[in-house]
Every structure is written in structure tokens, then in C-alpha cells.
Design a protein around this ligand. Structure first.
Ligand code: BGC
Length: 405
């Protein structure tokens, strides 16, 4: 038996987002867009809006010392320019309850959903969205800033654009490469401006979160696979990282899987990569309920990539859909071992937040995919039930070390 130790004050915890858990987000664009399309929407989600104290007690009982959640812009500003004080009070309470439990707060300001009024006038495609975002962020900072430890301005800008303007499973559900990049650059700008404007006014550390898959060629010696993998790595990872890292106090890493790229001409697949004549292939390895390959070594490589920017890194998401809790314990162990390996090689990792504390609304897949350390009984009054893996993780959080047998 050996044990691997983490630095004092390491952040251990979990992540959620507002639309995916709160319930009742009727003014959010996904709710209306989804209803129009006739697909499942979050609806009551995991009822976290009403159960947030219980959920924070759960996190505390699992020895978490940090909690990531997002503020739903549509609650704060349900109509253009009209700010809702009651909703502000709600989030003030959430932050107070986090502090009471001696936990650090990591607050995301935009996690994939916009207020309806903004979506109706073009969302992020509209130039004015930038000013609207800054106004909303200022309002949050003026009123709640003192209680926030870490701010994540934008959750996964590239992933958001990919799903909204190509894969069509986030609103506005369009298909246009031009719009994808237009919005991506607007989000990059939004982050920069917020960083510059808030930087001097706020005590919080400001960063953004980036999904960094480990992208490699499928056939190691095939020049086309290699070039395509390099190109996609640039597009998916480096393009935003290079632009935003100079405007961040920390980086949020979100790691789910690796992508093995095979160059292929033609094909009738739907994914972005296939449309460009490549395919993401998975080996015969364990896969999650999402069909994603479990590849813990990839988090080490992604951390090394981020390490180059010499900023503190919080893993703001890493997890799996696993309704039977078959793999979660090993998943946690193997990812944490790889995180430790990167840390030993000098990468400044300061925290790990598992996705997710609770089962939640997994966008296109709805509530069928279970990412929670804690199960939510959707048909039984949203009762919370601990999964075994949550106890395993709780021990790691408590000891600040992982015992490997
Ligand atoms: C998103 C989450 C999502 C998770 C699992 C991340 O990219 O930030 O909202 O639930 O992936 O798909």
C-alpha cells in the first residue's frame, strides 16, 4: 500500500450548474427552445433551487471544502435591464451557506444558458450581448463579489459554440461555421473585458473553464492522422487557451475523455470531426453510460498542456455518467493518481471538483444520464441517496491523500 498526498489547502469538491440542477428556470433560453423543438427540457431538474441547503450539507458531509455552481443570468435579469432582487438574495444566501460551512465558492457566470429576452434578439450573435453580459457581471460583482472566492466567467466557450452552431443541440441550434467563430471570438472578448474590468475591483480569482480533451492521432505513424490531430488540437484547445490565459488568474480544466483522430475522406456521420473527413475512434476499453471511453491518463496530458501557461489550475469538471456506480470509484482513483503525477512534475494544480455532486439534466440526453456522486430520485420527491463512490471520494477529501493498494 502506498499513499499519495496533496498540498495543504487543496480544494476538494464537486460542480453543478444552475440550469442543469435548479429547476424552474422558465426564463432560460434552453427551456423555451427545447419545448418548441419538442425535446426534454430541465423542468424541475434536481430541485436544487429549493434544496440547496440540504445539498450543501451533503457536500459538507462528504468532506468537500469547495463547491462550484453557476448563477442563472435569466433569474437575475428576467427582462432586459430589470434585475430581480429576490433572485439576487437567493444567490446571496447560497454563498452565505457555502461560507458558513467553511467551503470555498467557485461561481460560473455563464454556463450554456441565456435569458430568453436576449436569445430572442440574437443571443451571443448580437453585438450588444457583450455589453449586456458586462452589465450583468458588474451587477453580480457589486452585490455578491465579496462572498465569491473564484469566478469562472464562461464555461467551455468552444464546446458551447460547437453545440450551438454546428451540432445543434444547444440553442439557437444553428449550423454555421461562420457564426460559430463569430460567437467564439465574442466570448473570448467577453472574458477579456470582464477580467480587465473586474480585476481591480474584485478580490476573487478570475478564470474560465476549458474542456481539454487529449487529442491524438489514431494511427501513430500516419501523417494524415497526425496532421488532423494537430489541427484539431489547435482548434479545440490552443486557440482559446492562447488567447485567454494571459487574462486569467487561474485556469479551469474540464476533462472527460481523449479523442483519437483518424483521417477519413467522405462518410455520412454527423459530428464535426467526421464532416471534415476524420473520425474519433475508441478502443475496446471501459465506456461510460454516455459511450465515452474512460481514459484517466489523458487528464495527465491535459494538465501538462495547461501547465505551460504557468497559472494555478483547478479541475472544474471531471466525471462520468454511471447509473449503477460500476466504474466511478476506480475512475476517481485513476484520475486522481494521474493528477498527482502531473503535480509532481511541477503543474500547479490547486483543486479537483468532480462533476457532479448530483444527478442532473444532461442537455440532449436529459435526465437519463446519471453523473452524480449522489443519486436523485426524480420520481420520489427528488430524494437524495448517496452512491458508494461518494463515500470513497469523501475519504480522499478528508485525508487530503489517496491510499493506493
Ligand atoms: C459541461 C456540463 C456537462 C458535462 C457532461 C461539460 O462539458 O460543462 O454542463 O453536463 O460536460 O457532458
Amino acid at each position: 500500500m502506498s499513499s499519495i498526498k496533496f498540498p495543504n489547502n487543496f480544494l476538494w469538491g464537486s460542480s453543478i450548474s444552475a440550469y442543469q440542477t435548479e429547476g424552474g428556470n422558465i426564463n432560460s433560453d434552453y427551456e423555451q427552445w427545447g419545448k418548441k423543438k419538442g425535446i426534454e427540457v430541465a423542468g424541475e431538474a434536481s430541485d436544487h433551487y429549493n434544496s440547496f441547503k440540504e445539498d450543501l450539507d451533503i457536500a459538507k458531509s462528504l468532506n468537500h471544502n469547495a463547491f462550484r455552481f453557476s448563477i442563472e443570468w435569466a433569474r437575475i435579469e428576467p427582462q432586459e435591464g430589470r434585475f430581480n432582487k429576490d433572485e439576487l438574495e437567493h444567490y446571496r444566501q447560497v454563498l452565505q451557506e457555502i461560507r458558513k460551512r467553511r467551503m470555498k465558492s467557485v461561481v460560473t457566470l455563464f454556463h450554456f444558458t441565456l435569458p430568453n429576452w436576449l436569445a430572442e434578439c440574437g443571443g451571443w450573435e448580437n453585438k450588444r450581448a457583450l455589453n449586456y453580459f458586462i452589465r450583468y457581471v458588474d451587477y453580480i460583482n457589486e452585490n455578491l463579489g465579496e462572498s465569491i472566492d473564484y469566478i469562472v466567467t464562461i464555461n467551455e466557450p468552444f464546446v458551447y459554440c460547437l453545440h450551438s452552431f454546428l451540432l445543434q443541440d444547444l440553442p439557437p441550434g444553428k449550423k454555421s461555421i461562420l457564426k460559430l467563430f463569430k460567437v467564439l471570438f465574442r466570448l473570448i472578448k467577453a472574458h477579456k473585458v470582464v477580467y480587465e474590468q473586474l480585476g481591480s475591483k474584485s478580490d476573487a480569482m478570475i478564470g474560465y473553464s476549458k474542456n481539454v480533451p487529449y487529442i491524438i492521432p489514431y494511427r501513430k505513424k500516419n501523417v494524415f492522422d497526425m496532421l488532423m490531430a494537430k489541427f484539431l488540437d489547435f482548434l479545440f484547445n490552443k486557440l482559446t487557451l492562447a488567447r485567454l490565459s494571459q487574462y486569467s488568474d487561474f485556469l479551469g480544466l474540464q476533462y472527460y475523455n481523449r479523442a483519437r483522430i483518424q483521417f477519413k475522406l467522405g462518410g455520412d456521420h454527423l459530428s464535426l470531426f467526421n464532416e471534415w473527413g476524420v473520425e474519433m475512434v475508441e478502443e475496446d476499453r471501459k465506456v461510460t453510460d454516455m459511450g465515452w471511453e474512460i481514459y484517466p491518463e489523458g487528464i495527465y496530458h491535459s494538465l501538462k498542456k495547461l501547465g505551460k501557461y504557468k497559472l494555478p489550475i483547478i479541475i472544474t469538471e471531471n466525471g462520468l455518467a454511471d447509473s449503477e456506480d460500476k466504474y466511478r470509484k476506480d475512475f476517481l482513483r485513476d484520475h486522481i493518481v494521474n493528477i498527482h503525477k502531473a503535480a509532481c512534475e511541477g503543474v500547479n494544480v490547486i483543486g479537483y471538483l468532480h462533476w457532479s455532486l448530483l444527478d442532473n439534466f444532461e442537455w440532449k440526453e436529459g435526465k437519463s444520464k446519471r453523473f452524480g456522486l449522489v443519486k436523485v430520485e426524480y420520481d420520489n420527491n427528488f430524494q437524495r441517496n448517496f452512491r458508494n463512490s461518494s463515500k470513497y471520494y469523501a475519504k480522499i477529501c478528508k485525508r487530503n491523500e489517496l491510499v493506493v493498494s
